[in-house]
Design a protein around this ligand. Structure first.
Ligand code: UD1
Ligand code: CA
Length: 433
């Protein structure tokens, strides 16, 4: 099988972002731009991915032996950036995809299309182009008799060239054995004093080598993020994609504009998402749930048939047929087991709520293991913090905790125990069984 690798150019300073953070670490729908690209590349069977970075801080944490980093100390242009990866491609015979790190919306389908056409046409270099209404800032494609002749960058373009609407998307596929012999011939651009990868086209043309261009199907994919408003646009486009994919898979989203769903979120079939719902990180929602309105779920796993409204859930697990809300806050590795219910100003932290247990009114449940079929009256509070450390409470099955009970941990309430309203429980000693 033919071999393929990739180089991502990500060493640019990102000056126009006005950020202390490297540009490629800015996020689109909860995923850094560089990881958006890596995700798409991983759908290929690549030999390796080499990322050219400008500083050590730009290196995201990856435990992937196929991903390598090279440092480009001085930013001397896109060709110079690719040169930094040369040692990784000595005698490499496969194809090398080269991508700009600030083009986060590019898809596997488009990249694969480039690769297939590249191979099918026996081109030495293939590149992606787009026809856009406003080509400002992009390199313009100059054609002669329909064939690509060269690329002229904005800074070098006269008014006539600036009118050209076909632009270079910044996505290339080189035959490995031509890559460095071509880049070695690139001369410093006299205006910007940088080495441009885009000069490869003219060099290869002079050698009579075959260059192939592919017109991108969806212009959204090639949006380059140089400024924050482009980052916002990239977010918007990514949201549309995420929503569409979920809806195609059988999820109902009632109000797309007020629903924000990050890249790695999963939602099961026939779940309905109401307006003003925010799903972050690796939130996973089961089938047939009703989520929202006004819900924020972060890094949590929700089972099937959950009904969650006006609530915040962070780093927790909710099993099947559970009701959360209105106004509940579930956090810190809490677990709500099947058929339980929590709402009306109830906070649950580092606790397990047993099957069929209900806490529906004004409670704080912290560091507590609650059994099944327990009923909490209004205003039950576990006092888990003694000023120095957090202490645990255990509440047995089928117990009944009367309203305004204060449980001072460490404490244990037995199975079927009936705690009268207003009790202050201390070490389980001051109350009748
Ligand atoms: C580049 C292309 C332009 C194309 C556009 C598409 C060149 C000369 N121009 O312009 O034809 O239309 O992308 O978005 O290639 N980088 C480095 N090291 C450097 C310089 C840049 O790693 O020394 C990286 C940047 O981090 C970025 C990518 O290369 O990810 C492109 O650089 P950028 O300066 O954004 O190029 P553009 O001006 O957008
Ligand atoms: Ca750019």
């Amino acid at each position: 099988m033919d071999k393929v690798s990739a180089i991502i150019l990500a060493a640019g300073l990102g000056t126009r972002m006005k950020s202390k953070k490297p540009k490629i670490l800015h996020q689109v729908a909860g995923k850094s731009m560089i990881n958006c690209i890596i995700d798409q590349l991983k759908k290929f069977k690549l030999d390796k991915i080499v990322i050219v970075v400008g500083s050590k801080e730009s290196i995201p944490h990856h435990h992937d032996h196929k991903i390598h980093y090279v440092l480009q100390k001085e930013k001397m242009g896109t060709a110079h950036a690719v040169m930094q990866a040369e040692s990784h491609f000595k005698n490499y015979k496969g194809d090398v995809l080269i991508l700009n790190g600030d083009v986060p919306l590019i898809t596997y389908e488009t990249l694969n299309n480039i690769l297939q056409e590249h191979r099918g046409t026996f081109a030495v270099l293939s590149l992606l182009t787009a026809k856009v209404d406003d080509p400002t800032g992009y390199g313009r494609i100059i054609r002669k008799k329909g064939e690509i002749f060269k690329i002229i960058e904005e800074l070098d373009a006269d008014d006539y060239i600036k009118e050209i609407k076909e632009i270079n998307a910044g996505t290339y596929c080189f035959k490995g054995d031509y890559l460095y012999s071509t880049l070695n011939k690139v001369k410093k651009n006299p205006v910007k004093k940088e080495y441009y990868i885009t000069d490869s086209i003219e060099i290869l043309n002079k050698q009579g080598a075959k260059i192939h261009t592919i017109l991108v199907k969806e212009n959204n994919e090639i949006l380059g993020v140089n400024r924050r408003h482009e980052l916002a646009m990239a977010n918007m486009i990514m949201q549309n994609r995420i929503h569409k994919k979920l809806m195609d898979d059988g999820v109902t989203i009632l109000d797309i504009d007020s629903t924000y769903i990050e890249y790695d979120v999963k939602v099961g079939q026939d779940t309905i998402i109401y307006p003003f719902t925010f799903l972050y990180g690796k939130a996973t929602l089961g089938e047939n749930c009703q989520i929202g309105p006004f819900v924020q779920i972060t890094e949590s796993k929700i089972g099937n048939n959950a009904r969650i409204f006006q609530s915040t859930i962070t780093g927790s697990m909710i099993k099947d047929n559970v009701q959360v809300g209105p106004y509940a806050h579930i956090r810190n590795n809490s677990v709500l087991l099947n058929n339980s219910g929590v709402g009306n100003f109830v906070e649950v932290t580092r606790s397990v709520i047993g099957e069929n247990t209900k806490a529906y009114h004004l409670s704080y449940i912290g560091d507590t293991k609650v059994g099944q079929d327990v009923n909490f009256g209004a205003g039950v509070v576990t006092v888990n913090y003694d000023g120095e450390k957090k202490n645990k409470t255990i509440i047995g099955d089928k117990s009944f905790i009367g309203s305004s009970t204060t449980i001072i941990a460490p404490a244990k309430i037995e199975n079927k125990e009936n705690v009268p309203a207003g009790t202050v429980v201390t070490k389980g000693k001051n109350r009748k069984k």
